[in-house]
Write a protein that binds this ligand. Structure first.
Ligand SMILES: Nc1ncnc2c1ncn2[C@@H]1O[C@H](COP(=O)(O)OP(=O)(O)O)[C@@H](O)[C@H]1O
Ligand SMILES: [Mg+2]
Length: 255
């Protein structure tokens, strides 16, 4: 396996019950790539991202993450050095100050003792302060996280990723709960940070417009299969129409 691959899937599949959620899938994502995953609801995007993140195990096939078989990562702690995750719902602890949520990005580095201590006496506060500065929230260090707006909370989640220092970021509809202006703003920031840190980014997106605007490569998933996998410049309006077209048995009249 070439070491330019950040993610390599070979015949990876997943089923819940009898039907395939993901049909056997081959996927190669190089280090430094910016990839958007698009497709209708229920297509399998989240399942695909969770498999790439090592949080759900495929039924069959081979997955390599950063050049190593996914199964060779002994724990989430080891995987966290390779892969960071950001989701639509932010996954922050609203009752804690921003500072603590950002420092949670270091939990995999610190032993349990130091982590526990950090909740009483924040350790390495300057690391969190630097990260918050880079996402434009330097004045929010001690604010209660739930008091921040949605866009600000997602920027806190970005700061937490900066502190985690993974090699790749997997984002599952990271801006779906934000209004269009905030969505563009947060996605622009995510992409800028990924480029500055020379990371790999794979993000599912609701918005084809945002996928086109920020990503070099678009992978479309439909009914658990890759529908197309193209450089953004080669994706036509016909591709998009076909992708989101309802198929018989999924609510469209048969004509
Ligand atoms: N834990 C699960 N148990 C049963 N079915 C699931 C589970 N997770 C996903 N699915 C099914 O797999 C399909 C793909 O889901 P998902 O990956 O969430 O799609 P997307 O993110 O593209 O909307 C859906 O039909 C969904 O109902
Ligand atoms: Mg999803």
């Amino acid at each position: 396996m070439s070491d330019t691959a950040m993610f390599a899937m070979k015949q990876v599949s997943k089923s819940y019950g009898s039907a395939y959620t993901l049909h056997p899938l081959n996927l190669h994502i190089s280090r430094g790539e910016l990839v958007a995953l698009i497709g209708p609801s229920g297509a399998g995007k989240t399942t695909c991202l969770n498999i790439l993140a090592g949080t759900i195990e495929p039924d069959a096939g081979l997955l390599h993450i950063a050049g190593k078989p996914a199964s060779s990562y002994a724990s989430g702690k080891h995987l966290a050095k390779a892969v960071g995750i950001i989701r639509q719902q932010f996954d922050l602890v609203g009752s804690l100050p921003v500072l603590h949520n950002v420092l949670a990005g270091r939990l995999h580095e610190w032993g349990f003792g130091k982590s526990l201590l950090s909740f009483l006496f924040p350790q390495d506060k300057h690391i969190a302060a630097d990260a918050l500065n880079r996402v434009g929230l330097s004045d929010k260090l001690y604010d209660k996280t739930s008091h921040l707006s949605g866009g600000e909370q997602q920027r806190v989640a970005l700061a937490r990723l900066l502190v985690q220092q993974p090699q790749a970021i997997l984002a599952d509809e990271p801006v779906a709960s934000l209004d269009p202006a905030r969505a563009e703003d947060v996605l622009a920031m995510l992409v800028r940070l990924v480029q500055e840190e020379q990371l790999t980014l794979v993000s599912s997106l609701h918005s084809v417009h945002l996928a086109r605007q920020f990503f070099q490569r678009i992978i479309a998933i439909k009914e658990g299969r890759v529908f197309f996998d193209l450089p953004t410049a080669d994706v036509t309006e016909d591709h998009i129409t076909d992708l989101y077209q309802l198929t018989a048995g999924h609510g469209m009249d048969e004509r």
